[in-house]
Write a protein that binds this ligand. Structure first.
Ligand code: SAH
Length: 225
């Protein structure tokens, strides 16, 4: 199949995504930040996310990644389009529900309210789920081993390193209200993400717990020296 179909989809998806975010980006510059929790790691993650976002556009516009091209299959294309459409819808809904409480990084705004309704009713990170679906959609429709998964890899790293810090920030700001909200909701997909990444009491450690335990061990060893 002609890769131009994929290129048109990537461009259309990017335009829709920018159109959804632009008014929120504009508004977030007006609503003052009350407390910033932005760390150097956060800055690094945002740079990584931008790189992941631009690589597919470089693929659209230039032959830079032509060495990694493969044939585009109809099944992958259809599945990819479904992920892109659902992802963009959820991206739109989560922005609408968060409204002026949205920030691109870890920040609490003046008069920040905890949103627990709309797409936030059952899951705590619908916007990240939207971005995950969008990235999976791109990985499926782009017939290129470099440009296809670039957004997905960058976003997976961002999510793995940000979600816990974001939840710690929300607990610090909203205390029991966020604790109660966490108790009745799931992070991304009921059961799967939570267990895979951070584990839980019943099912034992997830990948992230193992990394944390290991890094505590390394830090301890360094401190003892
Ligand atoms: N993690 C959320 C939001 C991403 S935007 C999601 O995936 O849908 C990140 C910012 O949104 C955070 O810095 C925090 O200030 C804000 N935020 C996250 N969850 C929120 C909630 N339930 N209510 C209000 N603000 C929230």
């Amino acid at each position: 199949m002609n890769p131009w179909i994929a290129k048109a989809l990537v461009l259309a998806g990017t335009v829709v995504m920018i159109a959804i975010r632009a008014p929120h980006g504009h508004r977030s510059r007006i609503v003052k930040v009350a407390t910033s929790y932005k760390t150097p790691l956060e800055t690094g993650l945002l740079v990584l996310a931008w790189v992941g976002f631009f690589v597919p556009l470089i693929w659209v516009a230039s032959p830079a990644f032509s060495f990694a091209e493969y044939a585009l299959g109809t099944g992958l294309l259809v599945a990819g389009v479904m992920c892109l459409v659902i992802g963009l819808w959820l991206f739109y809904r989560s922005h609408a529900d968060l409204s002026t409480n949205w920030s691109i990084t870890l920040e609490v705004r003046e008069q920040h309210r905890l949103i627990t309704q709309g797409v936030y009713r059952r899951i705590r990170h619908p916007m990240y789920l939207a971005l995950a679906l969008y990235s999976i959609g791109q990985a499926l429709v782009i017939p290129n081993w470099v440009a296809g998964p670039s957004n997905l890899i960058a976003f997976a790293i961002l999510c793995a390193l940000r979600v816990r810090a974001e939840e710690r920030m929300m607990v610090e700001e909203f205390g029991d209200e966020y604790a109660a909200y966490s108790a009745r909701t799931k992070r991304l997909i009921p059961g799967v993400w939570e267990t895979m990444l951070t584990g839980n009491r019943e099912r034992g450690p997830g990948i992230w717990n193992l990394v944390e335990v290991h890094s505590r061990g390394v830090a301890g060893a360094i401190n003892r020296k």
